[in-house]
Design a protein around this ligand. Sequence first.
Ligand SMILES: Cc1ncc(COP(=O)(O)O)c(C=O)c1O
Length: 438
Amino acid sequence: MQFTANTLEHHWMPFTANRAFKKDPRLIVKSEGVYLQDHKGGSILDGSSGLFCTAAGHGRKEIADAVYNQLNVNDYTPPFSMGHPGSFELASKIAAMTPEEINHVFFCNSGSEAIDTALKISMAYHRANGEGQRTRFVSRERAYHGVNIGGVSISGMVKNREAFSGVMPNVVCMRHTWLEENRFTRGQPEHGAELAQDLQRFVDTYGGTTISACIVEPVAGSTGILVPPKGYLERLREICTLNGILLIFDEVICGFGRLGKPFASQAFGVTPDIMTMAKALTNGAQPMGAVAVSDFIHDTIMKAAPEGSVELFHGYTYSGHPAACAAGIATLDIYQRENLFERAAELSDYFLDAVFALQDLELITDIRGYGLIAGFDLKPGTTPGARGTALQNKLFWSGLHIKFTGDTGIIAPPLISKRAHIDELCKILRATLEDLNA
Ligand SMILES: Cc1ncc(COP(=O)(O)O)c(C=O)c1O
């Protein structure tokens, strides 16, 4: 076998224009605090916390040490009918952060797995509750819930589903919440609570007793930060409660302080029945996802199974992996010790001021934001998405990483960021946008 060093050919990269990338690669060789370092030695400010993962900043030694120590003591424990202390400790820590009635945590390895797990728990709950006819899921246009078949089935983003036939049937999408009249709204928009009535219309059309769950990202993330209109989540909650439909919040991006509170649920004062989480759960240092479930769902599924039998036929080889649990425990300790959620809340006004100051730029057609996350739309060029890609590349070589979806940029600095980092971020963004426009 011939060994070819330094080839990029063999790795088929995810969500990447592979051919373009391999002609002009952008490799990160080091990361520390709020900065990344590329393979040419350049320093890059991380304006999206990686992919919304590294809330506590990169290179946290406490997390690395915890993982190293764990692997040296116990590297792997089968998670079926066996356990290790770390998963119970982490689950208790998570349960202490979630709303009062949500106290049971199921572990998996990613946000996508968390979504599939949440859908399956919803199905299992209704079956255990004698309502197995609830087979329909309600999602929303422009939703991103990961890439597994469950998540793609409830996806509202066309590119993520058009190549894949044979996804789950019985999914209906509510309208998304972007409205022209809400353009450049900071925080929760005034208009759009009535869009939650789409759920009521599905109840009226299909029958409330056929619907299993309604799932939303409280702030729609990957599509470009759509903050829920005032009253919108409350109305979804009401309709779900009245009709026995479970409300699932996908907190994969919103969770762990991004909105200035532990979860979006607390930020908006609306409690779902199930919450999915991942990403910042381990500060991105280990792959991990989790689903937190209300007591009534957990207890119903437990009680429906004969004593001594397996209650939920679901789980992964790496559910609650010891190294991931160690990373999660160390991460949550950092969040608490450094008051990072409170720091995010304190920095929010400064951050949003700085980002919304970009609205005078001709190329920007809308800005939205809440807490420490914001999205901006670019005036599209002739090929949709091309301008976003060009800007992302240019930003990278100008020293700023920002996640893009098509022509929409998403800014989500690490929660440890200082005002000077926000200034630096917006300065690079403005200069690069002006250059692109010239
Ligand atoms: C809201 C939401 N749900 C689910 C996922 C999927 O997470 P993962 O990429 O870890 O599978 C993502 C990823 O960005 C997300 O933003």
